[in-house]
Ligand binder design. Structure first.
Ligand SMILES: C[S@@+](CC[C@H](N)C(=O)[O-])C[C@H]1O[C@@H](n2cnc3c(N)ncnc32)[C@H](O)[C@@H]1O
Length: 409
């Protein structure tokens, strides 16, 4: 027997307890080169089917994966075969098994007295509700550089991982997409960059939402990111399903889009994404804005105006950081009102925590309102005219918006 190897009868007992009745959890910690590596495996129910969920922790990185029975059996053999000083705890409804392997490789085994415990398998969704842990996303995460080869999330990419998960959560749910199962569902991602989100959306819509035929088009004006994204599509075997166009958004067109997304597309590219979404009659438009410079140029002079038309904000507008924040808020308020006027039910939400990104606002729009609602038009016109600005999105949409405004001007 090699150093640290578990006795074959003990290994067999572990296998039969894990795959027998009443299994609750096995967790093992092994010390490797000063780092502690912990892995746990427990049964979960996903869509009514029994699966096994493994959680692997090393340093600050955590990876969660779901396995079917053969996959879990392989994983358990790897757990058993791990080398190093270990602590293993196996919990079942009828009693526990504990193994401690010392630095010298000696294993000390103890078993609890027989007992009766509740071992009901909890539905997976209630435990961890991350879109990227609801299917095996290891290949995807490695291809886009969020995870390393063993599937562990890179510490530096954890904010991106959180952002993508949280963005996916805001997409229409499987229930909303039921009617679209057979037709092609087209998504356009505007300012796609290296396309983390685009690939994740493809997998999420096909695996988690059950759509059969999804096409995702990524648009970006930078050739280097488009080249990199095309290579990723090839590596994942998705060249026909996830495609890229090197193009300025303003010049890009498609016949129809079911959903338009943009994640931190710079400045007025967010407005361009909203406008394109409306022109392509997308039912859903989800846009997390980025830097917003456009309004700042126009608001600069407001401090010099009389009280009642901006002058009372002089003290705020003099402070560049506060002016910038005010412009961000106003820009998103104008966008939300404009989207409502043209028929989109629009919510402004924080889609991800502020720790993950300071740019955590999302405009979440779904078509379905009667266009031209007087209340929205009134609110828009009074806010616009108070600050004496003409938001880019108003100009960009042209008659699609102006015909509703004219009735009230
Ligand atoms: C901050 S990056 C975000 C990339 C990606 N969505 C993400 O979140 O990782 C913004 C991207 O938008 C692209 N972009 C900005 N304005 C654009 C425009 N008018 N047309 C096409 N792409 C644009 C930039 O080239 C850049 O790749």
């Amino acid at each position: 027997m090699e150093k640290y190897e578990l006795d074959s009868s003990l290994a067999e007992e572990i296998r039969s307890r894990v795959f027998g009745e009443g299994f609750i959890k096995i967790v093992q910690s092994v010390k490797r080169g000063g780092e502690k590596f912990t892995i746990s495996l427990r049964p979960v129910s996903i869509g009514g089917e029994k699966r096994f969920q493994a959680e692997m922790r090393e340093g600050r990185s955590v990876q969660v994966k779901n396995f079917d029975m053969p996959g879990a059996a392989e994983g358990l053999d790897e757990i058993i075969a791990q080398k190093g000083a270990r602590e293993l705890h196996l919990i079942t409804a009828s009693g526990d098994l504990h193994v401690r392997t010392t630095k010298k490789g000696r294993s000390l085994v103890s078993r609890s007295k027989p007992m009766e415990r509740d071992a009901a398998v909890r539905p997976h969704d209630k435990i961890k509700n991350l879109p990227l842990t609801s299917f095996d996303s290891a290949a995807l995460l490695e291809a886009v550089g969020i995870a390393v080869a063993n599937g562990a999330i890179r510490a530096s990419m954890r904010p991106k991982y959180d952002q993508v998960n949280d963005f996916l959560r805001e997409l229409p749910q499987a229930e909303d997409l039921k009617a679209r199962k057979t037709e092609t569902f087209t998504v356009v991602d505007c300012g796609c960059g290296k396309a983390y989100l685009k690939f994740a959306m493809y997998f999420h819509l096909t695996r988690n939402c059950g759509l059969g035929n999804v096409k995702v088009i990524g648009v970006d004006r930078r050739s280097d990111v488009i080249d990199a994204a095309r290579k990723t599509a090839k590596d994942l075997g998705l060249e026909d399903k996830v495609v890229f166009e090197e193009c300025d958004l303003a010049a890009f067109d498609v016949e129809k889009a079911d959903m338009v997304t943009s994640l931190h597309a710079c400045d007025t590219a967010t407005d361009e994404a909203l406008a394109k979404g409306a022109e392509w009659k997308a039912r859903w438009i989800l846009s997390a804005p980025c830097c917003q410079h456009e309004l700042q140029k126009n608001l600069g002079s407001a401090a010099k105006r009389p009280i009642g038309s901006g002058g009372e904000f002089a003290g705020l507008l003099r402070q560049s950081i506060l002016r910038e924040r005010l412009c961000d808020i106003l820009t998103d308020a104008y966008r939300a009102l404009i989207m409502r006027i043209i028929g989109y039910r629009t919510q402004t939400i924080e889609f991800v925590s502020r720790e993950a990104t300071a740019k955590n606002i999302m405009l979440k729009c779904e078509y379905g309102l009667k266009p031209g609602l007087g209340e929205s038009v009134g609110e828009y016109l009074s806010l616009r005219d108070y600050w004496q600005v003409k938001p880019f999105l108003e100009e960009r949409l042209g008659p699609m918006l102006s015909r509703h405004l004219e009735k009230y001007s």
